[in-house]
Design a protein. Structure first.
Length: 701
C-alpha cells in the first residue's frame, strides 16, 4: 500500500528519503491497524503517524465539516507548536487544522477543523456536552503524542477511560496511534492506554546517535556558556527548578556580551510569554535559553548546538528527552553537565558526578526505566464525577458506570462500588433509595460550578497572576503574598521586575532598573526522588569499565578515576560494604530509601535510619535470608505509606485502602527492585574504612 501522491508530496516532497520509523508506519496505518511507535527525538515521529492517517482518510476529510482525526498532546504549548508545523501542509491539501484548549476553541468554528489538535482535558470538556460531542460524529482516528508523559499517570488513566467513553458514544471502534521517544515497553503502553485486548503493531526504533559529553563544576556555567554563545553557538540549558532559571539568567546577564542573548522558559510564564520566547530564541543564531521540563517536548526552537544540564535530571528518561533536543541534524549529541555547587576542580562533587556518569551510561546503552502498567483509581473517581455531571447530576446505574472501565480489569464492580460508597460518604454523591444507582450531591455540584471536574493534575497551591501593563506574563503560588511587599523586586522569566502593587489575586509588575536585592519566588514542591533503578545503576557504573576520562574537565578526570579505583580496590561488585558507627552498623546498599526502610522493617530492626544509599541499624542484618521478591515486602511498604506529593485532588478522595494500593503499584511492579534485592542477598558483607571510599555520601538522619 502506498501514500496518496498529493499527501506524500505535501509532507515529504522535499526529502530525498523517508526515515526508517516513517517508512515502517505507512503499511500498518494505511491498513487501518493501531500502532505504538517509539523513535528518537527529531526522528519525524509526528509525520510518521500523521501522513499515513491523512492519506487513509483523505477522501473523508475533504468532504467533512468536523474532525476526522483527533491529535492529543499533553500540553497546550505542544498543541500550539503542532498546529504551526502541520497547518501549512494540510492547507496545501485544502484541509483544515485547528486546536482546542483553554485559550482557543477552533472546534466551535463552522466548518470545524478536519484535524483537531487538543489535550486530554479538552476531550473531557467536549464529552461533557451532548451538542459538542456531535462534532466527533465523523471521527475515525486518534493520535496520542508524548505517550511516556501519560503512561502510569492519573492523566493517562483519564485519557484511557475517555477513549472508551468516546468509542461507546460513537458506537464504533477508532484507529489509534501512540508515539514517544522514551517508551521502554511498547506492549505495556498499549495495555495501559487501550487495554490488553487491543491489537496493535509495535514499532520500536531506538535512537542511535552518539553522545559527546563534558562535565564541569556548576560554578563554571557562566564562563562556558558565555564562550560558546560569543563564538556563535546556540545553547539550551535545562534546570530542575524554576528558581534556578532565574538565578542563572541573573548571573549570565552580568556579562555584557550576553545581555541581549538570554531567554527563559518555564511553566509559570504565561502562554503568550513562552510563545514569544520560543519564536525569539528560534530566530537567533547564537543565544542561550534556560528552561525546565517545558522544553523537553518537541517544541520547535530551531537547531541547538549543545544541551547543558544544570544538575542531573531525576531519571534516564528525562535525561534522554533533554539531550535529544540538541544537534538534531547531526549524528552526534553534544551534552554539557554542570554539577555540584561552590566547589572547584580539585574537589569534585562525588555523588552527583557518578550519578551523571550512570545516566550517561544508561543513555548510551539505550536503557529505559519502565514498569508494568499500574492499577490507578484516582482518575476513576474523576471520571465517575464527570459522567454524572454530564447527565446533569441524574442517578446512573452502577452497571452503566462500570461500562466505561471495561478496558481496566482492576476497575471491576467491587472496586467501583467501593469508590462510589466513599464518595457518597463525603457528600459528593448520593445513593438512590432503592436502585443500584448514584447521583450528584452538593459537593459535586460545587466542583462543576468552579470547573474542577476535568483535570487529574497534581494538587498545587492557589495561584496569583503576575501582570505587566495589564497583560498576564505568568503566575506564582499565592504563598508568595506572605513574602512580598509593594516595592520589592523579583526575578521572573529571565528579567528583574519591581512590584508596583499586590492584591489577593494579582501582583502588578514593572520592569526594574537593575537586579540588586531581588526576592526569590517560592514555587513549593519537592524534588523528584531518584529512581531505584538509577541508584542501582550508580553502583554498577562504579564497578564497571572506567568512565571515559575525556568527559571530565581539568582535574575532574584524575579525581574520578582515583575514586573509582578506591572503590574497586576495597569493595567488589558482589560485596556489601559496611562500617561500624556509634549507633550500630552502617550498610552502603545503593538500593533507594524506601527499599532500605522496608528491609529494616522486614528484619525487625529497631532505630533504623535510611536514605537512598545507606541503611543504619543497631545490629548486623542476615542478608542471605532476605527475600528477593518485591511482593514479600508488600506489608512493609504498606506500613510506610505516606500520602506522596504530587497527588491529584481525586486521589485524596479515594478510600484509604485504594490510596495504599496506588502507593504500592510502582514498588511492586518496578523491575529494578527485585534485581536490587537479589544483588543484596547474594552480596558478601565486607567491613571497610569509610574515609577510603565513600567520604561524600550523606549518612541517614
Amino acid at each position: 500500500m502506498k501514500l496518496l501522491p498529493n499527501v506524500a508530496a505535501a509532507f515529504y516532497g522535499n526529502f530525498p528519503a523517508l526515515r526508517p520509523a516513517q517508512q515502517a508506519a505507512i503499511a500498518p496505518l494505511l491498513a487501518g491497524k493501531n500502532i505504538i511507535l517509539t523513535a528518537g527525538t527529531g526522528s519525524g515521529k509526528t509525520e510518521a503517524v500523521t501522513v499515513p492517517l491523512v492519506s487513509r482518510y483523505y477522501a473523508t476529510m475533504r468532504d467533512a465539516a468536523v474532525p476526522v482525526i483527533l491529535y492529543i498532546a499533553p500540553t497546550k504549548a505542544l498543541v500550539n507548536d503542532l498546529l504551526k508545523r502541520l497547518e501549512p501542509r494540510l492547507t496545501e491539501l485544502r484541509l483544515r487544522a485547528g486546536i482546542r484548549h483553554g485559550d482557543r476553541n477552533d472546534l466551535s468554528k463552522s466548518p470545524a477543523p478536519q484535524l483537531l489538535i487538543t489535550t486530554p482535558e479538552s476531550v473531557e470538556v467536549v464529552l461533557q456536552n451532548a451538542n459538542t460531542v456531535k462534532k466527533f460524529a465523523a471521527l475515525q482516528a486518534v493520535i496520542i503524542d508524548e505517550a511516556h508523559l501519560l503512561y502510569n499517570t492519573q492523566r493517562g488513566m483519564q485519557l484511557a477511560v475517555l477513549l472508551c467513553r468516546l468509542r461507546k458514544t460513537l458506537g464504533r471502534d477508532l484507529q489509534m496511534a501512540a508515539l514517544s521517544a522514551t517508551v521502554g515497553d511498547l506492549a505495556a503502553a498499549r495495555d495501559f492506554l487501550w487495554g490488553k485486548d487491543a491489537a496493535a503493531e509495535l514499532l520500536p526504533f531506538p535512537a542511535q546517535r552518539a553522545i559527546q559529553a563534558k562535565v564541569f563544576p556548576a560554578e563554571r556555567l557562566v564562563e562556558v556558556v558565555k564562550n560558546l554563545v560569543v563564538n556563535g553557538n546556540k545553547i539550551l540549558v535545562f534546570t530542575n527548578k524554576r528558581k534556578d532559571c532565574d538565578k542563572l539568567a541573573a548571573a549570565l546577564q552580568k556579562e555584557n556580551e550576553l545581555r541581549d542573548s538570554i531567554f527563559a522558559h518555564y511553566s509559570s510564564m504565561s502562554d503568550e510569554e513562552r510563545r514569544r520566547t520560543e519564536a525569539a530564541f528560534a530566530a537567533r543564531k547564537a543565544a542561550v535559553c534556560l528552561a525546565t521540563s517545558t522544553l523537553e517536548l518537541g517544541i520547535d526552537i530551531g537547531d541547538i548546538d549543545a544541551v547543558a544540564l544544570y544538575h542531573c535530571p531525576h531519571s534516564v528518561d528525562a535525561f534522554l528527552q533533554r539531550i535529544g533536543r540538541g544537534n538534531r541534524r547531526t549524528a552526534k549529541t553534544c551534552v554539557l553537565g554542570f554539577i555540584g555547587d561552590d566547589r572547584d576542580d580539585n574537589e569534585p562533587p562525588y555523588l552527583e558526578a557518578w550519578q551523571f556518569a550512570a545516566l550517561l551510561n544508561a543513555a548510551q546503552n539505550g536503557e529505559l526505566s519502565m514498569s508494568a502498567p499500574h492499577e490507578l483509581f484516582g482518575a476513576a473517581a474523576q471520571q465517575i464525577f464527570s459522567v454524572i455531571a454530564a447527565n446533569d447530576g441524574a442517578f446512573l446505574r452502577i452497571a452503566d458506570l462500570c461500562e466505561m472501565f471495561v478496558a481496566q480489569p482492576h476497575l471491576d464492580r467491587p472496586a467501583v462500588e467501593n469508590i462510589l460508597a466513599e464518595l457518597a460518604k463525603q457528600n459528593f454523591l448520593q445513593k438512590h433509595g432503592y436502585k443500584n444507582a448514584y447521583g450528584a450531591d452538593e459537593k459535586l455540584h460545587r466542583l462543576a460550578e468552579i470547573k474542577m471536574l476535568y483535570g487529574n493534575f497534581p494538587l498545587g497551591a492557589q495561584k496569583i497572576q503576575l501582570t505587566h501593563q495589564g497583560q498576564s506574563i505568568g503566575e506564582a503560588p499565592a504563598e508568595n503574598l506572605l513574602r512580598w511587599r509593594d516595592g520589592d523586586k523579583i526575578a521572573f522569566a529571565g528579567r528583574a521586575w519591581k512590584i508596583k502593587r499586590i492584591t489577593p489575586a494579582e501582583a502588578k509588575l514593572e520592569i526594574a532598573a537593575d537586579r540588586n536585592g531581588t526576592v526569590e519566588i517560592y514555587y513549593g514542591g519537592n524534588k523528584p526522588a531518584i529512581a531505584p533503578a538509577d541508584i542501582d545503576r550508580i553502583w554498577r557504573v562504579l564497578h564497571g569499565e572506567p568512565v571515559p576520562g575525556e568527559i571530565w574537565t581539568r582535574n575532574f578526570a584524575a579525581a574520578m578515576v582515583e575514586s573509582q579505583n578506591a572503590i574497586k580496590t576495597h569493595c567488589a561488585l558482589n560485596e556489601l560494604p559496611y562500617c561500624a558507627t556509634t549507633d550500630g552498623v552502617l550498610y552502603f546498599t545503593f538500593a533507594g530509601e524506601i527499599i532500605n526502610r522496608a528491609l529494616a522493617k522486614m528484619a525487625g530492626a529497631t532505630k533504623a535510619q535510611a536514605n537512598d544509599f545507606c541503611l543504619e541499624v543497631a545490629a548486623p542484618l542476615d542478608w542471605k535470608n532476605i527475600a528477593a521478591d518485591s511482593a514479600a515486602y508488600a506489608d512493609c511498604f504498606r506500613q510506610l505509606f505516606d500520602a506522596p506529593a504530587g497527588r491529584s485532588y481525586f486521589q485524596e478522595l479515594l478510600p484509604i485502602e485504594l490510596q495504599q494500593r496506588e502507593f504500592l503499584e510502582p514498588l511492586l511492579k518496578d523491575p529494578a527492585i527485585p534485581r536490587i534485592l537479589t544483588r543484596l542477598r547474594n552480596s558478601r558483607p565486607r567491613a571497610f574504612d569509610r574515609r577510603q571510599i565513600f567520604p561524600d555520601l550523606p549518612c541517614p538522619k
